[in-house]
Write a protein that binds this ligand. Structure first.
Ligand code: HGY
Ligand code: MN
Ligand code: MN
Length: 421
């Protein structure tokens, strides 16, 4: 049972962060791996990720926090409470996709540091310790699955299995993690927090369209990632009769169209994406020998997601027989939908209302480290709007006022969970 400071009339006024300080840190971190259009490229365990980690750890040390790193590079910084014990933890990730924005993940970590700095400046102590974490490889874009670091932290993936993972560029997690110097000594699974709260941009259009400032996140939808390999027969583009072709490129295109049709025909919350298609030999006058592609299926409803997965399997069988190609699949990630702790969800909503902010209860379309921490402890999330719902795109944007509002909800939720002395 999660208890919190009752926000009765005797309760002190809500604490407030410095939006200016938070924005300054976001901008400083965004300079590492900066790409055109105000975006960031810090794929997990690259040199840019390493430099981003170095900067955030410097800030953690400057705040006098006790910083530790585990075997997959998850890094946790703790501010002591008046009493010892499991901390109220916040955090997210600082790795990005290759064409990322400056807020995805980074906001949750840097808002956590802003919470600490605000409490220090106000001389406020908490009964329980507070912790700010960044988890490794949340994106999973280079080394699947996504949320790899937090999955290892909660014991959902073995450390050795994670370290042995081979990325889309043929490297392994172990060698890349070693190269950036973040293979720590803390054991996995990690210590169980008292509670976990993650601030994140919505990455979708709902809050922006509906005009609310705070998303009170009730859970995360299920995720199914599959790698599909299609073997055809490379041949001459000019001489091979259409009836004799076994074209892996055509088959890949048919899979992409079929995935869109699965999502459209199922409706509801079903989504489907073919984000990666590699053809070999990928030449203008050669019928493709091989296609390697990915299929990302998601749904808030597990039973519907299973139906979408079987529809994909039927689609692949049909394409294989029609085009005379062989199709093999490899599972890259599979997470069932997660529901957050109702008490933490209520507390997020209560704190947002204390701050006079309009709220909306909603599921998360994106995966987050919170969906892993929810396996360990009472967990909730706070969303702030993404302008035009754009994310995983350098144009990702959230206004300073909304960033500040979200961080204030995070601050007051954490203090309520940790107990204000
Ligand atoms: O894939 C996701 O939803 C997250 O961005 N890792
Ligand atoms: Mn994220
Ligand atoms: Mn992301």
């Amino acid at each position: 049972m999660i208890e919190s400071d009752a926000a009765g009339s005797s309760a002190p006024a809500p604490l407030r962060i410095s939006g200016e300080r938070l924005t300054a840190r976001l901008n400083a971190l965004a300079e590492i791996g900066a790409i055109e259009g105000d975006g960031c490229s810090r794929l997990a365990f690259t040199a840019e990720d390493g430099r981003g980690r170095d900067l955030v750890v410097t800030w953690m040390n400057d705040l006098g926090l006790e910083v530790s790193t585990d075997g997959i590079g998850n890094t946790v910084a703790v501010r002591a409470g008046v009493e010892p014990g499991p901390p109220v933890m916040c955090g997210s990730h600082i790795d990005t996709v290759a064409t990322g924005g400056r807020f995805d993940g980074n906001l949750g970590v840097l808002a956590g540091l802003e919470v600490i700095e605000t409490l220090d400046a106000a001389g406020v102590e908490t009964t329980r310790p507070l912790a700010v974490a960044f988890f490794s490889n949340e994106e999973g874009a280079r080394f699947p699955p996504d949320m790899m670091g937090s999955l290892v932290y909660v014991g959902g993936m073995g450390l050795e299995e994670a370290l042995d993972t081979v990325g889309i560029d043929g490297t392994t997690v172990a060698e890349e993690l070693e190269a950036i110097g973040y293979r720590g000594s803390l054991p996995s699974p990690g210590p169980v927090p008292h509670a976990y709260v993650e601030l994140h941009i919505e990455q979708g259009p709902v809050l922006d369209i509906e005009g609310e400032t705070i998303g009170v996140v009730e859970g995360v939808q299920g995720i199914s990632w599959t790698e599909v390999t299609i073997e055809g027969q490379s041949n001459h583009a000019g001489t091979t009769p259409m009836s004799m072709r076994h074209d892996a490129g055509l088959a890949a295109a048919a899979v992409a169209v079929g995935v869109r049709e699965i999502a459209s025909s199922m409706g509801g919350n079903q989504v489907g994406t073919c984000g990666m298609i590699d053809l070999h030999p990928n030449l203008v006058n050669v019928i493709a020998q091989r296609a390697v592609m990915t299929v990302d299926l998601r749904n808030t409803d597990e039973e519907a997601l299973v139906r979408a997965e079987s529809a994909l399997s039927e689609l692949l069988d049909r394409i294989a027989s029609e085009e005379g190609v062989t199709v093999s699949t490899r599972r890259l990630a599979r997470f069932e939908p997660v529901e957050f702790d109702p008490n933490v969800v209520d507390l997020v909503e209560e704190q947002a209302h204390r701050l006079g902010l309009a709220t909306r209860r909603m599921p998360s379309g994106a995966g987050h480290d919170a969906q892993m921490l929810a396996r360990l402890c009472p967990t909730g999330m706070v969303f702030v709007p993404s302008v035009d719902g754009v994310s995983h795109n350098p144009a990702e944007f959230t206004s300073e006022a909304d960033l500040e509002a979200g961080a204030n909800v995070l601050l007051n939720t954490m203090v309520a969970l940790a107990g204000r002395v």
